[in-house]
Design a protein around this ligand. Structure first.
Ligand code: NAD
Ligand code: MG
Ligand code: MG
Ligand code: MG
Ligand code: MG
Ligand code: MG
Length: 340
């Protein structure tokens, strides 16, 4: 069984006694910075001079400065810029200010696990990784709840790294829901595997294949959209509440029988073999290498794939149908339809 932590296991005053820099103000960055501040923590946001996020952070009353200034002032530095940007920002703005006794925090272990960032021996290296998107992390905090977090210590230079990580996790509401102890290696490999095989990659492909199969057989795209995408939320909500069992309890016996009979036909044992190959590419670093090399070249592969995804006919059908469903609203005011 995993080791779990709750608010009672953390001393909030530890992080309240430190100076925290949050680098980046995107999905996770805004959630961490605002919730740390609301928990009484001395927080500053590090953003480049020209960053469009600056105005948003300032409008919330947060102190905004350059990443280098933030790292010079702070003794706890949380890196929340995109994973492929982190090592550049680290070299330019973080490393010069990483004196002994400071702490370097991440919400995903990518750069540490694959060796793109190698912190000096004198600093604590910790992870507090919410298991949900940043906008939900913030919403839950405001509502008095929290999103569960993974907590890990890669390097304990001061002897206080774990207590510090738990204190930080508590300040963003994560220990209201619960923290699970892990390692940078386990978090990185399982996070990449989950998003590639099941949550994002697997799910998107499953939905697109379902939509293509129905429309190619002559069914109306609007009807195919409802069956293969829209209703997914209702199913996922049931799984979220009570596992696969609750989903099967709620659906008709017809649907449940079809689940047993056709599920393993669609997702057969070859899919599991494919998943094992994806996991192997994650563990041997070849996925990371491909991603970082493409990003360093200006992301030609990434941009082409993003464009191809946006052109899939399911997107045009969905845009039209969501216009008919006033109750299907984005909770996220900064989401622009058509942006990735
Ligand atoms: P994001 O893409 O939403 O935002 C990153 C922010 O970094 C931007 O808003 C901007 O302020 C800044 N930024 C972007 N490009 C930059 C550049 N070139 N130079 C300097 N600053 C730049 O990032 P995110 O999704 O919040 O991810 C941050 C970290 O949190 C990553 O390590 C990610 O794996 C991890 N994480 C994210 C989520 C999530 O909900 N998105 C969940 C768990 C962990
Ligand atoms: Mg994840
Ligand atoms: Mg991830
Ligand atoms: Mg149905
Ligand atoms: Mg039933
Ligand atoms: Mg994105």
């Amino acid at each position: 069984m995993a080791t779990m932590y709750y608010d009672d296991d953390a001393d909030l005053s530890i992080i309240q006694g430190r100076k925290v820099a949050v680098l980046g103000y995107g999905s996770q960055g805004h959630a961490h910075a605002l919730s740390l501040r609301d928990s009484g923590v001395d927080v500053r946001v590090g953003l480049a001079e020209g960053s469009s996020s600056r105005a948003k952070a300032q409008a919330e009353g947060l102190s905004v400065m350059t990443p280098a200034e933030a790292c010079a002032e702070a003794d706890v530095i949380m890196v929340l810029v995109p994973d492929h940007v982190q090592r550049h920002l680290y070299a330019e703005a973080v490393e010069p200010h990483l004196s002994d006794g400071k702490a370097l925090f991440f919400s995903h272990g990518f750069n540490i696990r694959f060796g793109y960032i190698k912190p000096p021996a004198g600093v604590d290296v910790c992870m507090v990784a919410p298991k949900g998107p940043g906008h939900l992390v913030r919403r839950e905090y405001v509502d008095g709840r929290g999103v569960p977090v993974l907590v890990a210590v890669e390097q304990d230079a001061t002897g206080g790294a774990k207590a510090l990580a738990l204190s930080y996790a508590s300040a963003i509401g994560g220990l209201r829901a619960g923290g699970i102890e892990t390692t940078f290696t386990e978090e990185t490999e399982t996070d990449l595997f989950g998003e590639q095989s099941v949550l994002c990659g697997g799910m998107s492909q499953l939905v697109m294949y379902g939509f293509e199969t129905l429309t190619e057989a002559g069914y109306q795209p609007e009807v195919a959209y409802f069956e293969c995408l829209h209703e997914l939320k209702l199913i996922v909500d049931l799984m979220y509440e009570g596992g696969i069992a609750k989903q099967r309890w709620s659906i008709s016996d017809t649907a449940e029988y079809g689940d047993y009979v056709s599920g393993p036909r669609v997702i057969d044992s070859r899919v599991k073999e494919n998943m094992k190959a994806v996991l192997e590419d994650i563990r041997n670093g070849s996925f990371a290498d491909r991603f970082i090399k493409d990003q360093d070249a200006g992301a030609p592969e990434f941009k082409a794939l993003r464009e191809k995804g946006a052109q899939h006919p399911i997107e045009a059908t969905g845009k039209e149908l969501r216009g008919m469903m006033a109750w299907v609203k984005s909770h996220d005011s900064d989401y622009v339809e058509g942006s990735a």
